[in-house]
Write a protein of this length. Structure first.
Length: 575
């Protein structure tokens, strides 16, 4: 891992030097002559993995991390810094006005809402750009054109254009490079301008008011999905504080829509809308829309997706309305009227109906069946999203169990990252009655393969494994097993494991999957991949998995974990 990082630094420095030399030879005097909307200069060919390794250096840039810490105590500096980086990359906020943006935030469901919206408007024939986070398998997933992640060649070309402009200006302008997420946001804007999309669906990273995507001045419409408690160190520890941050994407005169929210959150959103002179509307229930085909069918599973679909209908309907009738504006919700408007349902067009049904969004309530092994994938990582995940899993798994030819073994594969309270999330999973609870860090393979797309240099492997062991202890406490004697159960190359109830901790995703599936998933039964040595006592415990007619595996707690699992299960996602 460190070797890959070192090579990335070297390659980035060499490539930046090439860019400076080329621009000098071309007589480029300053950035103002190189607007992103103009044809960008050709750059020396570089491999995709070189670009990804160089991108990853922005995770560990010490000065960038220190800069973020300073800005958290002065939040407004974040947007000021983002504008500076944008200009250094050859872009202006005025250019972003031409992207016809739909801007979406929320705690739960904002990505799904964006996916529904993107699919609906693509179904109308518009060329769409879609920026989201995080990625599951490859970073290119964050920047999509017409629903597809941009290709490796396109990513590489645009990456070096933006990276080169930022690198060549850092000496004269503060000596810093943008952080990982800021860079990708700038890159997404650059790609969408260069590729001349008809509209851009932009998902907020964290919060809203001071998120780097909020340099957008004139979106066509804004949306706020379901709100809850998350990222408390950044956004605040109450629903009111979080709602204040989310409402920061409101813009004067720009219509905004939200789903039904907790009362305290709605009061704050109403206040923010009044302050911004932004018309705010609450979406109806999905059942209230009357389509010729009867009840609307969604391509995404889970009852909670219904509110996301309603929000997407309003966002896409409003965007189409403004596109076709640009001179007709929505009524203002100014200071004289602080009420939140309840928007009336409309009759979805056949194209909208098809768009909702055709939407795909991997890693969210996704089911994959590989012979006798069925995977239930959902990256739930907040209390409300985990409640929704449990409801979906219990209902969907029960349907699969009714058609099984014999007994079914249930396994949960779990990890949680950051500041999240994994004990609360694990407690919600207990009623699912799993036979095994398996924990592993978000590391795809124990043997480093420099899979740059999924490397995280901001946390050490030791810290990741410690978190897994803590999760295991929480699971035992919630299952009424109390504290157990002896060392925690950790399966790795150099450690012989000891039996400990129904839980296991593995050092990577592949080793966890190989043990859970016991060779019964042909995709994972690759002799070229080295199985970790396991003691006979643990193999005896696995007899339940071998004897079961089917194995059902819920993978949850982290989208990064889900992405690592998909990397091994879906070869197409890694191409």
């Amino acid at each position: 891992m460190m070797a890959c990082l070192s090579r990335a630094w070297q390659r980035g420095s060499v490539h930046a030097a090439r860019l400076r030399k080329q621009d000098s030879a071309c007589g480029v005097a300053d950035l103002s002559a190189r607007s992103s909307t103009k044809t960008a200069p050709q750059r020396p060919a570089m491999e995709y993995q070189d670009a990804i390794c160089t991108l990853n250096t922005l995770q560990t840039n010490a000065s960038a991390l220190e800069q973020v810490r300073r800005e958290r105590s002065h939040p407004r500096l974040q947007l000021q810094a983002m504008r500076g980086f944008l200009e250094r990359a050859g872009l202006t906020v005025e250019e972003l006005d031409h992207l016809n943006i739909i801007h979406v935030t929320g705690t739960k469901g904002k990505g799904s809402t964006c996916a529904f919206t993107d699919q609906i408007l693509r179904s109308y024939g518009f060329r769409t750009g879609f920026y989201s986070s995080p990625h599951l398998v490859q970073v290119r997933e964050r920047i999509r054109i017409n629903g597809q992640p941009i290709g490796k060649e396109l990513f590489t070309k645009y990456f070096w254009q933006v990276y080169g402009r930022l690198d060549e200006t850092k000496g004269a302008l503060g000596g810093t490079m943008p952080s990982y997420f800021r860079f990708l946001t700038i890159l997404a804007f650059h790609v969408f301008l260069q590729e001349k999309v008809d509209l851009s669906v932009i998902e907020v990273g964290i919060g809203g008011a001071y998120d780097c995507t909020n340099i957008i001045r004139r979106p066509w419409v804004c949306g706020i999905s379901s709100l809850g408690i998350d990222h408390t160190q950044i956004l605040g520890d109450t629903i009111e504080k979080i709602a204040w941050q989310k409402g920061g994407i409101f813009k004067p005169g720009v219509p905004a829509f939200t789903v039904k929210q907790p009362e305290d959150a709605m009061v704050m959103l109403r206040s923010r809308a009044t302050e911004m002179r932004c018309p705010l509307w609450v979406c109806p229930e999905l059942e209230d829309y009357q389509a010729d085909c009867g009840p609307l069918r969604l391509g995404l599973a889970g009852q909670h997706q219904r509110s996301n679909a309603s929000l997407a209908l309003q966002l896409s309907h409003t965007w189409l309305h403004k596109r076709c009738l640009p001179d007709k504006s929505f009524p203002s919700a100014g200071d004289e009227n602080s009420a939140v408007h309840q928007v009336a349902p409309f009759k979805p067009s056949p194209i909208m109906v098809k768009g909702l049904a055709d939407t795909e969004w991997p890693g969210r309530n996704q089911t994959l069946k590989h012979g006798a092994v069925t995977y239930f994938l959902d990256g739930a990582h907040t209390m409300r999203s985990m409640q929704a995940c449990v409801h979906w899993f219990r209902e969907t798994a029960a349907q699969h169990e009714r058609t099984a030819s014999g007994p079914v073994a249930r396994v949960v594969l779990f990890n949680a990252t950051g500041e999240r309270d994994s004990a609360v999330l694990l407690k919600l999973l207990v009623p699912c009655h799993f036979d095994f609870a398996v924990f592993c860090p978000n590391i795809t393979e124990a043997i480093a393969s420099c899979n740059a797309d999924q490397q995280n240099f901001n946390v050490s492997v030791e810290n990741m494994l410690t978190r897994c062991l803590d999760n295991e202890r929480h699971w035992h406490l919630h299952n009424g097993l109390g504290n157990t004697k002896g060392p925690p159960l950790l399966i790795e190359d150099s450690l012989a494991p000891e039996k400990k109830a129904d839980t296991l901790v593995f050092p990577c995703i592949l080793s966890a999957l190989q043990w859970i599936t016991q060779g019964r998933d042909p995709v994972l039964a690759d002799p070229a991949k080295r199985d970790l040595p396991v003691k006979p006592s643990i193999m005896a415990k696995a007899a339940l998995l071998c004897d079961a007619a089917e194995i059902h595996i819920l993978v949850t707690g982290s989208l990064h974990l889900v992405g690592g699992v998909l990397k091994h299960l879906d070869a197409a996602s890694s191409k």
